[in-house]
Design a protein around this ligand. Structure first.
Ligand code: PLP
Length: 401
């Protein structure tokens, strides 16, 4: 049997449209396809591979746990999940952890917890959830409805109710919606899929104050920003605003599927025995790999390295833009960077991504107007320079047609 891109169209549900090449091997920030073409990886599996491909610490954690114990279910506790939970609580505001398998599931748990907390403490009236236009929180029906793009939740029948959307960075639009019937507010402390948009200080502090005023829980979706991506372990730590619940996934497992919801003891107590759960949540293999990723990322060396690498990316992007004049601005923080195309190139982000593949560099988009880079947090300087040289060729190709 020949495994080729054509086989995808034959046997896979057509909800994705993958690139024409099939990668088969990765090492650090380099990837090779079936034809042995080599790529510099600025995508990192959509902000997942925080330590690149096949990092030795993760490979060895996976092998070691793989020869000990794979799965138990939550009928029993397991050592890797307890160790990881303890580390997450020590490093953040949180005192309690719930493990899931993905970002959407971590958010689903956060939303269900918030609704139950509000029901227990204030009664059924307090059920409104506020989130923000262009926000992204996953693809379960609850999380996609809370997400800020109706196009992703339309067409699947009746939606979960009592969910309202304000505009990100527009405190007045939020203030107009919140009331004592608001149970929770969910937002990304830097919108990723929505175009790589940082919150203003005034906005994020204002949201926190209004949540306090109306006894609403503030949920930060750090699925994309978490685990060192912005140069802080979690983005909230760099903003000086602490949420009540935080969700984390993507980089948490460095490429092994895992998600987690973090919160305080006071709030967590409302998810009593039997109220929520997951067969795979807290799986020993996932938690062992995540623990190794966490130990490796949560060091001054790696976190400060993120900020230094951001500076190099910005410097090289400025050089490309001086030559080709395609970006209006470079947005984002740390190694979550969005190149917002100027008016002349608006709507054409995907062309830059496709040209990148032809020239040996993997990039992402965040909507039609923004090219996104979310590389490994430990990408070597030489790979950044090589990848940017290739990206410059891709830009030239789009510009010159
Ligand atoms: C990717 C993402 C999700 C969804 O995570 P999955 O693992 O795909 O379910 C949720 N929120 C944010 C901010 C994300 O970037």
């Amino acid at each position: 049997m020949t495994v080729s891109r054509a086989l995808f169209d034959q046997v896979m549900v057509p909800n994705y449209s993958p690139s024409a090449v099939i990668p088969v091997k990765g090492e650090g920030s380099r990837v090779w396809d079936q034809q042995d073409n080599e790529y510099v990886d600025f995508a990192g599996g959509i902000a997942v591979n925080c330590l690149g491909h096949c990092h030795p610490a993760l490979v060895s954690a996976l092998k070691e746990q793989g020869e000990k114990l794979w799965h138990l279910s939550n009928v029993w506790a397991n050592e890797p999940s307890l160790r990881l939970a303890e580390k997450l609580t020590k490093a953040t505001f949180a005192e309690k952890v719930y493990f899931a398998n993905s970002g959407a599931e971590a958010n689903e748990a956060a939303l269900k917890l918030a609704r139950r907390w509000a029901l227990d403490k204030f009664g059924a009236e307090k059920s409104q959830i506020i989130s923000f236009n262009k926000g992204f929180h996953g693809r379960t029906f609850f999380t996609v409805t809370v997400g800020g793009q109706a196009a992703y939740s339309d067409g699947f029948g009746p939606k979960p109710g009592d969910i309202a959307h304000a505009d990100y960075n527009d405190l007045a639009s939020f203030e107009a919606l919140i009331s004592d019937n608001t149970c929770a507010v969910m937002l990304e402390p830097l919108q990723g899929e929505g175009g790589v948009v940082s919150p203003t200080k005034e906005f994020i502090q204002g949201v926190r104050e209004l949540c306090d005023k109306h006894n609403a829980l503030l949920i930060f979706d750090e699925v994309q920003t978490g685990v060192g991506r912005t140069g802080d372990l979690y983005a909230y730590q760099g903003l000086g605003v602490t949420p009540d619940i935080l969700s984390t996934a993507k980089a948490l497992g460095g490429g092994f599927p895992i998600g987690a919801m973090l919160t305080t003891t006071e709030i967590a107590k409302h998810l009593k025995v039997g109220t929520h759960g997951s067969t795979y949540g807290g799986n020993p293999l996932a938690c062992a790999v995540a623990e190794a990723a966490f130990d490796t990322v949560n060091t001054t060396e790696v976190l400060e390295g993120v900020t230094a690498k951001e500076a190099l990316f910005r410097e090289l992007l400025a050089e490309i833009n001086a030559e080709f004049n395609v970006f209006a601005e470079v947005r984002g923080k740390g190694l979550l960077l969005g190149l917002a195309l100027n008016d002349e190139y608006k709507g054409r982000a995907k062309e830059f991504m496709t040209a990148g593949v032809e020239h040996g560099v993997m990039a992402l988009v965040a909507g039609a107007d923004v090219v996104r880079f979310t590389p490994s947090l430990v990408i070597p300087e030489a790979d950044i320079r090589e990848g940017m040289a290739r990206f410059a060729k891709a830009v030239a190709q789009v510009v010159n047609g």
